[in-house]
Each structure stands twice: as structure tokens, then as C-alpha cells.
Design a protein around this ligand. Structure first.
Ligand SMILES: Nc1ncnc2c1ncn2[C@@H]1O[C@H](COP(=O)(O)OP(=O)(O)OP(=O)(O)O)[C@@H](O)[C@H]1O
Ligand SMILES: [Mg+2]
Length: 407
């Protein structure tokens, strides 16, 4: 979930649009109000997004269940350590079980598996992000966005209940030491799924800027379908003649677009930049900022740039875990696309243009011809052992919490 270093000290108060500003109202919401009626009727665009009239409001959504803390305690076996499946800046994520129909807590192994995210009690900014998540994911529904099932606001407790994504996040597959290598076809499938998620957000009357696109926020189902999670930093994008919204700079180091860091001007092209960064991570198997490396190799973009536009040199930055099993033409097309996405904002493509390129890739649509590497990745459930992984203590993944990147 979007979270940041020193976040309690840095609060976004400079919004120029109607995006949510949500000071805590004594930990409780008191009224529900609406600016607009939703125009999203299951169509493939978000339509208009409801924005709370009063700060701090949770928009009532017929899709979301309001859980009590006790229900979620029961669903997760009292948040037992062996129910833990991950940790982010927002807090811990636990595996839980609920009844598919009634959504009541169930015994482990019974009913439907869910992921329960429990906010660390860190105050204002965490609540703001929690609320943003509830309000955006309560309204946005798409196969490439993670499904939010419900939330809990109980005293100081803030929790979120999501569909469980059995293959965890892309970050663990790409960078976690000992993870089964992700085959080329699976990488392209993930890129296409994530691109659809972003295109859905951008392609609307009132676009939504995701603002925290990165490998750890791309969750994977059992078939490597990608779903975006963490809408804590999402913002309603510009409407009408406006080209941008202005916000305090928030995001994750390495993924945030340079012009946004420099100016605080947020556009959908900022997400396109982050998408380009993730494309490079998919190609190279390296994380965007690798603090375990020295010199130019610390910064993926700087290190990779000289090789990306030279077809004969591209192999030098390709993930060695692919063992050469990728189509050279396809890899080159992805490299060029990554270059375009991370170029100056005005020449960056829109997400629908990105999708058009990805759809043309050799093997782009055909993920059913697995290479040796793919077979390992798909058939071995051990590749999923990431669920017990405690990110901050992991030696191989530099901590990249979203932060106030430019200030
Ligand atoms: N719905 C889910 N299903 C399965 N695993 C999940 C789910 N949501 C989160 N996780 C796991 O929990 C981990 C922590 O997620 P979380 O969103 O809290 O942090 P993060 O994305 O890693 O970091 P950040 O705080 O910067 O967003 C993820 O990396 C993933 O492995
Ligand atoms: Mg996350």
C-alpha cells in the first residue's frame, strides 16, 4: 500500500483538483455524501469516480463489506505469525478465510481465502491512504485491478480485505533470491495485464492516476494474470482543458517520473514512466534502484540505457535467469518500448499505445508455449514461498517504500 518514509511529517495539502484530502475525524466517519453518481455500469472504463464531499468519508459501496475487527481476527487466526503472507510500508498482510456467500469468518481451510492487510497504527497519512484505497477500489472494477472485498474501521484499527492472489507480487518473482525464474512468456503476460489495468484507469472521462506503479504492487493470480493493488496514492486526474493535477510529490524512488519529482505536476504520463521502469525490470531481472550494487549499476535506467537501442548489445542487460530463452525481436521491441515510456513526458506513449505494441509482440499473446523456465515457474508451487517472506529483512530487495521522492 502506498506508504512513505517520514510520511507523518509530509502531508499532501496542495491538491488543485477534487482528489480526496482526508484528515481523520476522530477515527470514525460520520456521514456519507456524494458529488456525482457513478456512470460505471460494468463497462470497461471507470466512468466518473465518486469523490467524498466531506473529508474523511467512506463512500458506501454495495460491493464492500464493513467487517468488525473481531471478524477479521477470527478469519486470520488472531493474526497469527503463521498466517502472515507479506509486509509493506502500510503494515502486515495475513491470509484469512471467509464464507464466500455470507463473508463471515471461517476456520482455516474453509470457505474462500482472502488477504487481510492490517494498517500499522501510525496515524494520519496511513488513514488517508487506507481511505483512498477503500474509496477507489470500492468503485473501480476490472479484471486487472485487485478486488477489494471489504474493510474494517474499528477504533484505531484500519484493515482491508482483498481477494487472495496466490502467486504474490511480481517483485518477489523477479528479485527474490531463490525464486523460480519467470519465463519470458509469463513476463509478457504480466506486462500486458498490468498495462490493461493502467489503461483502464487512464481511459475515462475522469482519469485516475495510479501514482504507485511498481513491481511490488503488481499481484499475480495462479495463472500469472496481473492485478494492480494499492490505491493509497491514486489521484483523480485532470479533466476538461487541464493537463495535470498538482500534488506534493509522493511515490517510490526510481519509479516516479523525473518531471513529476521536479514540478509536482502529475499526469497519466507519470504512470507510463513507471510502467517503462517495470518493463526494464522484466527484461533485466534487476530492481530499479539496487543499493547492493556500486557505480552505474545501482541505477537500472542509467546502466541499461546504452544497450536498449542496440539490437546486438541488448543481450548484455537481459536477465541471465532467462537462460537466453526469449525471442530476440520481442525483447528488442520491449526494450524500445521501455525507452519510449521513460523518455521525456511529451514523447511518451499513452497506455493504449503501449498495449498496441505489447499485443504485437511475438509470443505476446501466446503464453501457452512455455520454455523450460516457464514450466518450472508455473508448475512448482515452491515458487510461491514468497508468502512467508518478510520484505524489510530480505537481503536481496532494497527497501523502496513510497516516499516523498522529491522533497
Ligand atoms: N491480495 C493479496 N494476495 C496475496 N498476497 C498479497 C496480497 N496483497 C499483498 N500481498 C503480499 O503482501 C506483500 C505486502 O504488500 P503491501 O501492499 O502491504 O506492500 P508492498 O506493496 O510490498 O509495499 P508498499 O507498502 O510499498 O506498497 C506483497 O508484496 C504481497 O506479497
Ligand atoms: Mg503494495
Amino acid at each position: 500500500m502506498g506508504n512513505c518514509f517520514g510520511r507523518t511529517a509530509k502531508v499532501d495539502r496542495s491538491l488543485s483538483n477534487t482528489a480526496m484530502e482526508v484528515p481523520i475525524k476522530d477515527g470514525h466517519t460520520s456521514s456519507f455524501s456524494y458529488l456525482k453518481a457513478s456512470t460505471s455500469h460494468g463497462k470497461n472504463t471507470p466512468g466518473s469516480i465518486l469523490i467524498p464531499r466531506s473529508e474523511g468519508d467512506i463512500l458506501s459501496s454495495p460491493h464492500l463489506k464493513a467487517f468488525t475487527f473481531d471478524e477479521l481476527r477470527n478469519a486470520t487466526r488472531n493474526f497469527r505469525p503463521d498466517s502472515l503472507i507479506g509486509e509493506g510500508g502500510f503494515g502486515y498482510v495475513y491470509k484469512g478465510w471467509i464464507d464466500e456467500q455470507t463473508l463471515a469468518a471461517m476456520k482455516p481451510g474453509c470457505g474462500m481465502v482472502v488477504a487481510v492487510k492490517k494498517l500499522k497504527p501510525e496515524g494520519f497519512q496511513g488513514h488517508k491512504e487506507w481511505l483512498s484505497e477503500v474509496n477507489y477500489l470500492g468503485q473501480l472494477h476490472h479484471p486487472n485491478l485487485v478486488k477489494l472485498i471489504g474493510y474494517c474501521l474499528d477504533g484505531d484499527n484500519r484493515l482491508l480485505v482483498y481477494e487472495y492472489m496466490p502467486k504474490g507480487c511480481l517483485e518477489n518473482h523477479l528479485f527474490r533470491r531463490g525464486a523460480q525464474p519467470l519465463a519470458w512468456a509469463a513476463r509478457i503476460k504480466v506486462a500486458i495485464g498490468a498495462a490493461h489495468g493502467l489503461a483502464f484507469l487512464h481511459d475515462s472521462e475522469q482519469p485516475v492516476i495510479y501514482r504507485d506503479f511498481k513491481a511490488s504492487n503488481i499481484l499475480l493470480d495462479s495463472e500469472f494474470n496481473a492485478k494492480l493493488s494499492d490505491f493509497g496514492l491514486a489521484k483523480a486526474g485532470p479533466t476538461g482543458d487541464r493537463t495535470h493535477v498538482t500534488t506534493q510529490v509522493m511515490g517510490t524512488q526510481g519509479y516516479a517520473a523525473p518531471e513529476y519529482i521536479a514540478t509536482g505536476r502529475l499526469t497519466t504520463k507519470c504512470d507510463v514512466y513507471s510502467f517503462g521502469v517495470v518493463l526494464l525490470e522484466l527484461l533485466s531481472g534487476r530492481t530499479v534502484v539496487d543499493k547492493t550494487k556500486v557505480g552505474v549499476e545501482r541505477n537500472l535506467l542509467e546502466w541499461a540505457r546504452p544497450y536498449l537501442t542496440d539490437r546486438r548489445k541488448l543481450f548484455r542487460i537481459m536477465d541471465t535467469k532467462l537462460e537466453g530463452q526469449y525471442p530476440q525481436k520481442g525483447a528488442y521491441m520491449v526494450a524500445l518500448l521501455a525507452v519510449q515510456c521513460t523518455s521525456e513526458a511529451k514523447v511518451r506513449p499513452q497506455m493504449d499505445e503501449v498495449l498496441a505494441v505489447l499485443d504485437e509482440l511475438p509470443n505476446g499473446k501466446d503464453t501457452k508455449k512455455p520454455s523450460k523456465v516457464k514450466q518450472q515457474a508455473v508448475s512448482n508451487p515452491g515458487s510461491n514461498s514468497a508468502f512467508r517472506h518478510h520484505k524489510p529483512s530480505h537481503p536481496n530487495i532494497p527497501s523502496q517504500r513510497p516516499t516523498c521522492v522529491g522533497s
